[in-house]
Write a protein that binds this ligand. Structure first.
Ligand SMILES: [Zn+2]
Length: 203
């Protein structure tokens, strides 16, 4: 029986028939990176001295609808929700890992959580690679809108840039990102972030 008082819902974006962003040249798929980082987080939370238990919307390469992801977070009564993604774009970017974190517009707790996540990643990833701060932003993503608990969606970098894609797919780097996200969740939950805000109903 766990003594952790809080529950963190980890949501590795995409999966199954939905690969998310794809780097065709290097054959790197977003869904795989999201899941790898999520599973590493779960491992750290299980073995480490964290105040939270983790619940994952998917543990393997399978398709889960956005509605079901939110439904799971609700049924687990998660105190916080973290959706993990990586990005793509048609143009090449600058040299470095470009990190950004979203919260639902107007969600104070979400914004607070997003700020902690962004700061943690910039600091930890910045120790091993050059990072570019794309900031904390409001975003009307489904999983941010339809979760009652404070929720954030993090974009760990751009798969469309080969240098970033290689960085994001290396296990040693995924470990750094996963640990950094665990620390961020811990800081947020410990600081009272677990109190539910007035959220949106499931459709
Ligand atoms: Zn994505």
């Amino acid at each position: 029986m766990s003594r952790s008082p809080y529950r963190l819902c980890i949501d590795p974006g995409h999966g199954g028939k939905d690969p998310g962003a794809v780097n065709k040249e290097l054959n790197i798929l977003e869904k795989k990176i999201n899941l790898a980082v999520g599973l590493l987080m779960r491992g750290y939370a299980f073995t480490g001295d964290y105040l939270f238990d983790t619940y994952m919307t998917r543990h393997k390469d399978e398709f889960i609808s956005l509605r079901d992801r939110c439904g799971k977070a609700w049924s687990w009564k998660a105190h916080a929700f973290l959706s993990i993604h990586t990005n793509a774009r048609p143009m090449r970017g600058r040299a470095g890992v470009e990190i950004e974190t979203y919260h639902y517009p107007g969600s104070k707790k979400g914004e607070q959580f997003a700020g902690i996540v962004q700061e943690s990643l910039l600091s930890d990833v910045g120790k091993i690679f050059s990072v570019i701060d794309r900031g904390v932003k409001p975003g009307k993503y489904y999983v941010l809108k339809h979760t009652k608990m404070p929720a954030v969606l993090v974009e760990l970098g751009f798969l469309s840039d080969n240098e970033e894609a290689l960085f994001l797919s290396a296990v040693a780097n995924q470990e750094v990102m996963a640990k950094s996200l665990c620390e961020a969740a811990e800081t947020f939950l410990e600081g009272g972030g677990h109190e539910w805000t007035v959220g949106e109903k499931l459709p």
